[in-house]
Design a protein around this ligand. Structure first.
Ligand SMILES: [Zn+2]
Length: 84
């Protein structure tokens, strides 16, 4: 059974085209391409990667926070020494 890689629908039909190959067209989302998923069993629809946004939220690593904290502390100490 062929599946659409975009929406997971099995409602595909074959087109002939491209460079000597088959192309598939999805009736559900309009996807056209030579790459389709092939599966015998029922699979859940491909999920639109939620990981990417989560990774961006925790993009600031711990060591960077420590470095920034140390830098601020160093600047404060430097100012305290300079002021008197
Ligand atoms: Zn589709």
């Amino acid at each position: 059974m062929l599946r659409c890689p975009q929406c997971g629908s099995t409602d595909l039909y074959t087109m002939i085209g491209g460079y000597g190959g088959f192309r598939y067209r999805c009736k559900q989302c309009g996807y056209i391409g030579s790459f389709v998923l092939e599966s015998d069993e029922e699979l859940p629809s491909p999920v639109t990667r939620p990981k990417e946004s989560e990774e961006k939220k925790i993009a600031v690593p711990l060591w960077l926070k420590i470095v920034v904290a140390l830098l601020v502390l160093y600047m404060l100490l430097y100012l305290l020494i300079l002021i008197p």
